[in-house]
Write a protein that binds this ligand. Sequence first.
Ligand SMILES: [Cu+2]
Length: 294
Amino acid sequence: MRLTSSLLAVLAALSALPAMAQEGLEIVGKPVDGKMGFQPAATELAHDLQWLDGMINVIIIAIVLFVVLLLAVVAVRYNRRVNATSATFTHNSPIEVAWTIIPIVILVFIGAFSLPILFKQQEIPEGEVHIKVTGYQWYWGYEYTDHDFGFDSYMIGAPATGGDNRMTPEVEAQLVEAGYSKDEFLLATDTSVVVPVNKVVVMQLTGADVIHSWTIPAFGVKQDAVPGRLSQLWFKAEKEGIYFGQCSELCGQSHAYMPITVKVVSQAEYDQWLEGAIEEYAGTPRPVDVAMAD
Ligand SMILES: [Cu+2]
């Protein structure tokens, strides 16, 4: 009897693992009624590119207003009724120089801000957590290369989890069991990438069959996963939460059903998750554990 109950306890602990790091985490990146614009930025990269978007938007709006104003002036002052005899000149050097120089200045100005932001995304810093990401038709595989373990991540409701990509009462039950709600169908996965908050995570990406693309919009990262190549991305999430993304390169029939779930947790929760994951996925224990065992 005691053996049975301890076995049950072990089973319960194991099955609770995927949902473990979830209690109380805010969900970011699911559609919200009436909301427009970007998801709340959770990394410096996302802050930067959202700021750049706002700044360029101001320039675009100013240019549109200026052009509309010019059109209105021409329509009012130089129409056939008001201005029966049109002018016959064909050149105006000062204006031509101005409409060449001013756009160059505007483009250089935009470039001066956008290039550093682009370089910041593409220059990969020293990572504190390394994850290799592989895109498959149609799910994601994750390897925690520092600890030699990996797992696959399927959408809850995908064929691999017993569904057929449609919402059913069984799928809803699975979602609830994993700590999600019905609203998160098509976004929630059976296993998540778990990373510690405020740590530099470096990901290497590749595709196993066709090109996929890994993204978390709130992190401001999106990178193609190309078969035969390794590409990299990095992020440092500033806020704990559950973040959603979608495969962003059309990769076949079930492209819409290979979402991405990242849980950003405290260092303590991450360490706890890591220990359980190493156990469950037969990874290499961390050096600190070896030292403690001696
Ligand atoms: Cu895809």
